[in-house]
Ligand binder design. Structure first.
Ligand SMILES: [Zn+2]
Length: 301
């Protein structure tokens, strides 16, 4: 699973930072998490293949997290997309989009599936053959969910050098699933451990966009491989963080430490800070394995 940072800013526009957004690449599909104004330009900038974008996940309906959805969908439509697109978002986006399409007199040529999130509970939104997507409540000024992406159905790796040249494709699939292959007479043909190495442990990525410091979320993100957590302010402005239902870098790091995650990435920096290094210093005092969200950064887990 590869996570790429498209933007690391918060609501106020900044020439240095775009609105917070990441794109998750997994098994040749892209899952875009949050889509603020101008996100489609970031997708272009990083040569993301729009056809491989299958899902857009929106945490909440503050403009810096969803205002780019309409323009992105319009672009996909005008470029002739035919494949369905799934949007996962809190209630309200469906109505907003349909009004925009109505007044723009746009007819979509592809199926737009909108799954409305329940922002009050932890639950599985869907599971496909590659990943399970979970939602969990965050504490912000409007209904907001965090997302947890878990790999599923990891396959054993085939040791190609050991495969007999006449083996059937179906038997390779059986081996990948971790089973031995038997013939119809009950004779063992291929012992799994002779031809494969075990499947890697499933990776997990949690995304906590706008939220006040809230230890309730720890139970949902325990031991994830990578946690993205917003850090809008440094400690100097902690009262502002509380008043606006945001977090400081130190608070993000405390959540990471208590959840025993492997790595923390912090972003959503307020435009008032020209230099974001103090965010890193502050977070590292609580949780050493922290990195700053910087446009273009890629992390493979
Ligand atoms: Zn917000």
């Amino acid at each position: 699973m590869k996570i790429k940072v498209l933007g690391n800013g918060s609501a106020s526009p900044s020439l240095e930072r775009s609105p917070s957004s990441v794109i998750v690449e997994h098994k040749n599909k892209y899952y875009l998490i949050d889509c603020g104004e101008g996100t489609q330009y970031k997708l272009l900038e990083f040569h993301i293949n729009f056809n491989k974008l299958t899902h857009i996940l929106i945490t909440h309906l503050h403009g810096d997290h969803y205002a780019g959805v309409f323009s992105l969908i319009s672009t996909l439509n005008s470029w002739g997309r035919e494949k369905e697109l799934t949007i996962v978002a809190p209630p309200g986006l469906k109505e907003i989009l349909s009004l925009q399409f109505q007044y723009q007199n746009t007819t979509l040529h592809f199926e737009l599936i909108i799954i409305e999130t329940n922002t009050d509970k932890y639950y599985k939104i869907f599971e496909n053959k590659d990943i399970a997507l979970m939602a969990f409540p965050l504490s912000h000024r409007i209904p907001t969910t965090g997302f947890l992406i878990k790999e599923t159905n990891q396959e054993n790796k085939i040791i190609k050098d050991k495969l007999p040249s006449n083996i059937k494709i179906a038997d390779i699939q059986t081996l990948k699933k971790g089973h031995d292959v038997w013939d119809t007479n009950g004779q063992l043909l291929y012992k799994n451990s002779d031809y494969t190495t075990p499947a890697p442990l499933p990776k997990t990525f949690a995304y906590c966009s706008d939220t006040i410091f809230d230890e309730n979320i720890i139970q949902y993100i325990n031991h994830v491989d990578l946690l993205y957590h917003e850090a809008t302010f440094t400690n100097e402005h902690s009262s502002r963080a509380t008043a606006t239902y945001h977090s400081t870098a130190q608070q993000a790091a405390i959540i990471a430490k208590k959840a025993k995650v492997n790595q923390l990435i912090i972003g959503h920096f307020s435009a008032r800070y020209n230099n974001i290094e103090p965010f890193l210093d502050e977070a590292k005092q609580e949780f050493e394995n922290t990195i700053l969200s910087v446009k273009g950064l890629e992390i493979v887990i």
